[in-house]
Design a protein around this ligand. Structure first.
Ligand code: FES
Ligand code: FES
Length: 176
């Protein structure tokens, strides 16, 4: 479901979530997939819009349902990216039991562009998703998988053109 629009990090159509361990949980960050280099995902979790329905027991995620309810999608090209940025906000703010202000939501979604719907119904949806039946992402299996990945040796790659990537995990490895 992830879309490619500009392919240069401007539109947010390609937004995915990248997860890293934080304490006992996972901190999710929304990023533009089109400007990520593959080694930047080393040791991290990756979530796309296609992961949401299985995570919500087959139902739409509240971010998706709210976009439907508030008519926040027309051509739909931007929608998967908006959904993922909204899910990042949802995970962040349900964890701290806070409902963000409309201005905060506007700031949170500022990296996602929509050419047809307009931003009012999308911001309406971002507010409404907190009123719908909850769907928190299950952190436990992600934390377990990340713990396993953390025991891997540090990544060192050379591609066929000779470009190299090293992904150190410790200060000592970075120094080496
Ligand atoms: Fe536009 Fe990635 S495709 S930001
Ligand atoms: Fe068409 Fe947003 S719904 S670009």
């Amino acid at each position: 479901g992830t879309k490619e629009g500009c392919a240069e990090g401007d539109c947010g159509a390609c937004t995915v979530l990248v997860g890293e361990r934080r304490g006992d949980g996972v901190a999710w960050r929304n990023v533009n997939a089109c400007i990520q280099f593959l080694p930047m995902l080393d040791g991290k979790a990756l979530l796309t819009v296609d992961d949401l329905r299985p995570a919500c027991g087959g139902a739409l995620h509240p971010a998706q349902q709210a976009l439907v309810d508030c008519h926040g999608s027309q051509c739909g090209f931007c929608t998967p990216g908006f959904v993922m940025s909204m899910v990042q906000v949802y995970e962040r703010d349900t964890a701290r039991a806070a409902v963000p202000s409309r201005q905060q939501l506007a700031d949170d979604l500022a990296g996602n562009l929509c050419r047809c719907t307009g931003y009012r119904p999308i911001l309406d949806a971002a507010e409404r998703m907190f009123e719908l039946p909850a769907c928190k992402l299950d952190a436990a299996p992600v934390v377990a998988a990340l713990a396993t990945l953390a025991t891997d040796p540090p990544l060192a790659l050379t591609d066929p053109r000779g470009a190299r990537a090293f992904v150190p995990r410790t200060v000592e490895q970075l120094a080496a």
